[in-house]
Design a protein around this ligand. Structure first.
Ligand code: NAD
Length: 326
């Protein structure tokens, strides 16, 4: 996607209502560089949106190609997280999992080796609460603010700058981070103390997984009983079975345009990532002795899918996985 298009989408995003009613005092003014670490599927468009909103960016990723792309869009290259932290007092990280976050923050050339007192560190990766606690404690020891701020919305939402940020940490720091987060998202929600952003994220995604499987089962049942899936979807969407999966992200090919199901389940939110989030939810359910029967079944379904050729497909491909053989 061209920078111009990203820019136009960002401007469109600006005109949308922002649900959070938070202070607009910014941690980072446009003159101070912001650090961004982890320029993958999500991080690259998020960083692009910061650049488009006039922020100077210092970037790092272990993948050279990702860094080069950001540099060609106007960012400055750093050679380690430590170097990012030397140049920027506000840093956003967007990494795959807890181990990468630990390495990036607490590793030999990690952020904590050079970070200045008073800095603001915002981790938008989806990770386990144990890692959040470790990073939070280290941040407190150094007089640094650390917020867990995982996102809802996939690559499309990251590109359009309409992500939802679920923020864990003290309210005042969340308020101060809001104007920066609003350059990348439409909604910023303060969830509570450190770690609660991750709690909100895994609860939401566990529900999403269950809902997507349920919607797929209902549509497949209707098809097997001779009903047109588009018609059935229209009915569900004005009846009590309606959900995001039926209304916005329908899993049946041809029912909706511009969703992964109508593009051979390419793009979107991959089965592997959904399985990762379900794993986090199941670990959390076990440690809190919570009953999560359907969450556990959804985990098994997505595990089977990932072993049967669906790993790289969008998670709505569960519709195909359960399709009756013809
Ligand atoms: P990704 O794998 O595309 O990107 C991760 C990036 O981090 C890569 O560029 C990788 O090279 C880099 N990286 C890995 N280890 C590093 C290190 N030690 N130092 C610096 N860079 C490092 O992943 P993604 O899809 O962008 O997802 C990032 C996070 O966002 C994950 O936690 C994911 O669960 C979450 N998320 C993803 C989506 C989605 O639709 N993709 C949606 C919501 C949330």
């Amino acid at each position: 996607m061209s920078l111009l298009r990203v820019s136009l989408l960002c401007r469109a995003g600006l005109s949308r209502p922002v649900l959070s009613v938070l202070s607009h005092k910014s941690y980072s003014t446009n003159n101070e560089p912001v650090g961004f670490i982890g320029l993958g599927n999500m991080g690259a468009p998020m960083a692009n949106n910061l650049l488009q909103k006039g922020h100077k960016l210092v970037v790092y990723d272990i993948a050279e190609a990702a860094v080069s792309q950001a540099v060609s869009a106007g960012a400055v290259k750093a050679t380690s997280p430590a170097e990012v932290a030397k140049q920027a007092n506000t840093i956003v990280t967007m990494l795959p999992a807890g181990s990468h976050v630990l390495e990036c923050y607490k590793g030999e050339n990690g952020i904590f080796s050079t970070v200045s007192r008073g800095a603001l560190l915002i981790d938008s990766s989806t990770i386990d609460r144990g890692t959040v606690s470790q990073v939070f404690s280290s941040a407190q020891e150094r007089g640094v603010t650390y917020l867990d701020a995982p996102v809802s919305g996939g690559v499309g939402a990251a590109t359009k700058g309409v992500l939802t940020f679920m923020v864990g940490g003290d309210k005042e720091s969340c308020d101060q981070a809001t104007s920066l987060l609003e350059c990348m998202g439409r909604t910023v929600v303060h969830c509570g103390d450190s770690g609660t952003g991750q709690v909100a994220k895994i609860c939401n995604n566990m529900l999403l997984a269950i809902e997507m499987i349920g919607t797929s089962e209902a549509l497949q049942l209707g098809i097997n009983l001779g009903m047109d899936p588009k018609r059935l979807t229209d009915i569900i969407n004005v009846a009590s079975g309606r959900s995001w999966s039926s209304e916005v992200y329908n899993p049946c090919p041809g029912v909706m345009e511009n969703v992964p199901s109508s593009n051979n389940y390419q793009g979107g939110f991959g089965t592997t990532l959904m399985l990762k989030d379900l794993g986090l939810a199941m670990d959390a359910a076990a440690s809190s002795q919570s009953t999560a029967l359907l969450g556990s079944m959804a985990t098994q379904v997505y595990r089977m899918m990932s072993q049967h050729g669906y790993a790289d497909k969008d998670f709505s491909s569960v519709f195909k996985f359960i399709e009756k053989e013809k």
